[in-house]
Design a protein around this ligand. Structure first.
Ligand SMILES: Cc1ncc(COP(=O)(O)O)c(C=O)c1O
Length: 441
C-alpha cells in the first residue's frame, strides 16, 4: 500500500511514497467499532422501533466499511487545522489553537505571559478552580477582585485598587456568558503593562462593543466541555491570541515544543522551549486534541449563533416572569454594547424583601425538582487555598460584595435545552418558592 492509497503517511517523516506506512503500527477502527460509536451517540431511549432500526443501520454501516477507506489520521490533522482557520475568522483573532481542554489553553497563556513564583494575578473572587490552577501550581499569588453585584463578574474598580508592582496579569471571567466590562480592564493593562487573558469558558459566541469575547484580551479562549454552550465530544478548548510573540508558538506550546505543521528533520534537534513574554524559556506539555473532537466542534459551531438566540429568548422569558415578583432581581439584559451567551441564568434575590437567603431558596428549588448550579462561589474559601497558606478571612474582608452575594443572594439556573414547558415550570417554581419564603413557610 502506498502512502497515497493508505490516506497519507505520517507528517513527521519525509518518507515520500512510503511502501510500509507509519500508521501500520496502530490499529484502525472497523465497521463494528463504528456501529458501537453510533450506538453510543444515539442510544436506545426506550422508543419503539429502536432495535429494528439499529439492526438496519448496523448492516448499512458494515456494508459502508467494506467499500470505505480508513480514517488513519486521528490527531492534530486537517480537521484541527480547519477548526482553527474557521475560529480565526469567526472570532477575529490572528491565531487560534484547538486543544484538549481550556484549562490547558490557560496554562499556555500563563506560560507565554511568563508567570512564575511571586507574580500576582488578579482574577474575580467568583470563578471555577480551573482559572487559577496553573498560577497556583507555579507559586504565583492569586489576588481576588470583588464582584459587581449586578453581573457577579469582576469589578474593574476593585481590580484597579488591587494592582501592585508585582501584578503581571488580569484574568476576567465572563461568568455565565455575561460579558465583563472590558474597556476599563484593557486600559488598566495598558497603563501598568499587564497581560489580560479572558477566561471565556462560558462566553463562546458572545460579544462586547462589537468584538467577540475571547478575542479582546492578549489571550482568551473557550471551554468545549460537555456542559458548555457547545462541545467537542465532551472535552475541548480553544485558545486565541493576536500577539505575534505568542501566536506562532501555539502549535509547539500545545505539543511538547514541536510544530507538527513542519516536517521534522531530526528529533534530536527540533524540540525547542517556548519563549515567554520576557524572553525566558518555558517547557511545553502535551495538550493535543483529536480530529474527531475538531469535527465535533465544527459541527456544533455551525449552530452556535442559533443556540445563543434560543438561550437569549429563554432568559428573556425568565426575566419577564420573575420581574413580576418583588424581591427577585432579574438577570441584566443584553445592551446594544453587550451580547451575552446566556450559558446560565443568574437568579438573584433581595434577602430582606424575600425574608430568607439564597441557601434557603436553593433548598426549596431542589424540593420542587429544579436544578440550580451553586458551584461558582468564592475561590478563596476552597480548602486548597488554606492548604497553600492563603488567609481566607483576610481576603473575604477585601471582597464584601462576594461575601454578601454568595451566601445571601445568587444562584444559577439552566436555560438550554429546556422545553418551553420546563422553562415555564422553572419560572413558576421560583416565584412559588419566593412566595412561600415571604409567607414564612
Ligand atoms: C469559568 C471556567 N473556567 C475554566 C474552565 C475550564 O474549562 P475546561 O473544563 O475545558 O478545562 C471552566 C470549566 O467548567 C469554567 O467554568
Amino acid at each position: 500500500m502506498s502512502e497515497k492509497e493508505s490516506g497519507g503517511g505520517d507528517f513527521r517523516y519525509a518518507v515520500g511514497e512510503s511502501k510500509v506506512p507509519w500508521h501500520a503500527v496502530g490499529e484502525f477502527y472497523n465497521g463494528k467499532d463504528a456501529v458501537e460509536m453510533v450506538k453510543f451517540l444515539l442510544p436506545d431511549a426506550g422508543n419503539a422501533g429502536y432495535q429494528a432500526q439499529l439492526e438496519r443501520t448496523a448492516n448499512e454501516i458494515k456494508a459502508l466499511a467494506d467499500v470505505g477507506g480508513k480514517a488513519t489520521k486521528l490527531t492534530l490533522g486537517k480537521k484541527v487545522q480547519e477548526a482553527e482557520e474557521i475560529s480565526r475568522k469567526y472570532f477575529g483573532a490572528k491565531y487560534a489553537c484547538f486543544l484538549d481542554n481550556w484549562t490547558g489553553g490557560m496554562e499556555i497563556g500563563y506560560k507565554l505571559a511568563g508567570i512564575g513564583p511571586g507574580d500576582e494575578i488578579i482574577m474575580p473572587a467568583v470563578t471555577f478552580i480551573a482559572t487559577m490552577a496553573y498560577p497556583l501550581n507555579v507559586g504565583a499569588k492569586i489576588v481576588f477582585a470583588d464582584i459587581d453585584p449586578e453581573t457577579i463578574n469582576l469589578d474593574p474598580a476593585d481590580v484597579a485598587r488591587k494592582i501592585t508592582p508585582k501584578t503581571k496579569m488580569i484574568v476576567p471571567v465572563h461568568l455565565g456568558g455575561y460579558p465583563v466590562d472590558m474597556d476599563p480592564i484593557m486600559e488598566l493593562a495598558k497603563k501598568h503593562n499587564l497581560i489580560v487573558m479572558e477566561d471565556a469558558a462560558h462566553g463562546m459566541g458572545g460579544a462586547y462593543k462589537g468584538k467577540k469575547l475571547g478575542a479582546i484580551g492578549h489571550f482568551g479562549g473557550f471551554s468545549l466541555h460537555e456542559v458548555k454552550n457547545i462541545t467537542s465530544l465532551g472535552e475541548g478548548g480553544l485558545l486565541l491570541t493576536s500577539e505575534d510573540f505568542a501566536g506562532p508558538q501555539l502549535p509547539g506550546a500545545r505539543f511538547l515544543g514541536l510544530d507538527l505543521s513542519r516536517k521534522i528533520k531530526d528529533w534530536l534537534y527540533d524540540i525547542s522551549p517556548l519563549t515567554d513574554r520576557f524572553g525566558k524559556p518555558q517547557v511545553a506539555l502535551n495538550h493535543s486534541a483529536t480530529e474527531i473532537q475538531a469535527l465535533g466542534m465544527l459541527l456544533q459551531m455551525q449552530r452556535m449563533d442559533d443556540i445563543i438566540a434560543i438561550r437569549r429568548k429563554a432568559a428573556e422569558y425568565m426575566n419577564s416572569v420573575l420581574s413580576q415578583e418583588e424581591g427577585i432581581l432579574v438577570e441584566k439584559a443584553d445592551t446594544p454594547e453587550t451580547y451575552g451567551t446566556h450559558h446560565l441564568y443568574l437568579l438573584r434575590i433581595d434577602p430582606e424583601i424575600v425574608g430568607g437567603n439564597i441557601q434557603q431558596l436553593s433548598r426549596k428549588l431542589a424540593e420542587k425538582g429544579l436544578t440550580n448550579i451553586t458551584h461558582f462561589g468564592p475561590m478563596y474559601r476552597l480548602k486548597i487555598m488554606k492548604d497553600l497558606g492563603y488567609d481566607e478571612e483576610a481576603i473575604a474582608a477585601t471582597c464584601p460584595n462576594t461575601e454578601k452575594m454568595f451566601y445571601h443572594s445568587y444562584t444559577h439556573l439552566p436555560l438550554y435545552p429546556l422545553t418551553q414547558e420546563q422553562l415555564e415550570y422553572q419560572a413558576k417554581a421560583v416565584v412559588e418558592a419566593v412566595r412561600e419564603m415571604k409567607a414564612g413557610k
